[in-house]
Write a protein that binds this ligand. Structure first.
Ligand code: FES
Ligand SMILES: [Fe+2]
Length: 355
């Protein structure tokens, strides 16, 4: 694990690859059409996702309770899943509704057969799943202010080969931009300058307090006006960038979701309210993919070194968000294990770095 020079968090909590008692963004709702099943392994668990007759998404354990074949191999008519092997049928709640091999006088209580069901909700155009014990005790699904599902304009998902922690640290790392994302349309090395940003604790994380957008990010200039940005990080692995430009907003929701201990999926969802920008959507999408691909590729290279389990350095102030992330994660793991309220370990602080 990452050393933190100022504290040594409880090893038991730190060694968890991911927290369970939280909601995770599993896929954008547009990737889950009606009458289709989508199979996905998330947090190491096999899921089959679909939409019930009411259009609401559901998530079941993707294993038939009869003889174990994935339910996603079966057929789905928009109401029930029919297992590919012996045709047992299951509804969106995971209840068994039919076993075709039974003859009339073979009394068998179908109520005994059930597929585990995960709490699943669609919020602002994205499908979230809860993997913990009690969804009523869980913090709410994070929402982006000032936008609705109709403002969702771009949804890109990308596989990152590496563990969740490094993907999250990369997500909140302010110093890699000019090196990893160097491009004529975004940053050049010569554009590096000293920055000072105020940070404050916020629910389950921290916030880079609203400020004028970085003057060396060329893409922001297209927005017109004087854009103001706020960036929120929140456990488990959610970053929300909220840019206000005049009466319009442009928001990016990035959710990093562990598929397993060494595999992570990054979802980048962009919302905006300015109609003229929607005309540019086909042009913007490849830029977004290029940008995310740069993060994916640098992380793949990082894995080559990490395979040797080196000791790593986190330096102030540029790696302070990474230190906060590890502390937040540890505190959440300890608080849920002890059944006590979460205490945010982040204190308000001005961070200074060059990028
Ligand atoms: S394995 Fe699914 S019905 Fe037999
Ligand atoms: Fe990046």
């Amino acid at each position: 694990m990452m050393p933190d020079t100022e504290s040594s968090p409880a090893a038991a909590a730190a060694d968890q690859p991911f927290l369970r008692e939280l909601w995770y963004l599993v896929l954008p709702g547009s990737k889950l059409p009606a009458r289709r099943l989508v199979a996905k392994t998330v947090l190491g668990e096999p899921l089959v996702l679909g939409r019930g007759p009411d259009g609401q998404p559901f998530a079941l354990r993707d294993i038939c309770p009869h003889r174990g074949i994935p339910l996603s191999c079966g057929r789905f008519d928009g109401r029930e899943i029919e297992c590919a092997y012996h045709g047992w049928r299951f509804d969106a709640e995971g209840r068994c509704t039919a076993i075709p091999s039974l003859v009339e006088d073979q009394a068998f209580d179908l109520g005994r057969v059930k597929v585990a069901r995960y709490p699943c909700r669609e919020v602002q155009g994205n499908v979230w799943v809860f993997f913990g014990r009690d969804p009523d005790q869980a913090p709410p699904i994070p929402e982006v202010a000032d936008v609705g599902a109709g403002d969702l304009k771009i949804a890109e998902s990308m596989l990152f080969h590496g563990p969740l922690d490094h993907a999250v640290v990369g997500l909140m790392d302010p110093a890699h931009g000019p090196f990893v994302h160097r491009a004529w349309w975004w940053r050049s090395k010569a554009s590096i300058h000293a920055k000072a940003k105020q940070f404050a604790p916020s629910p389950l994380g921290f916030t880079m307090v609203r400020h004028r957008a970085s003057s060396n990010s060329r893409a922001y200039r297209l927005l017109g006006g004087v854009p103001e940005t706020e960036i929120v990080f929140r456990l488990p692995s959610i970053r929300i960038e909220h840019v206000r430009a005049g009466r319009h907003v442009l928001c990016g929701l990035t959710a990093v979701t562990p598929l397993g201990p060494r595999e992570t999926e990054l979802h980048h969802i962009i919302y905006w309210t300015m109609p003229w920008l929607t005309l540019l959507r086909p042009v913007l999408r490849p830029f977004v993919r290029t940008f995310l691909g740069q993060d994916r590729d640098i992380m793949a290279k990082q894995q080559v070194g990490l395979a040797h389990d080196p000791t790593l350095l986190l330096i102030d102030d540029a790696d302070r968000p990474a230190k906060w992330y590890y502390r937040l994660k540890n505190e959440y793991a300890r608080a849920t294990a002890a059944g006590r309220p979460f205490e945010n370990p982040v204190k308000p602080r001005l961070l200074r770095w060059r990028s």
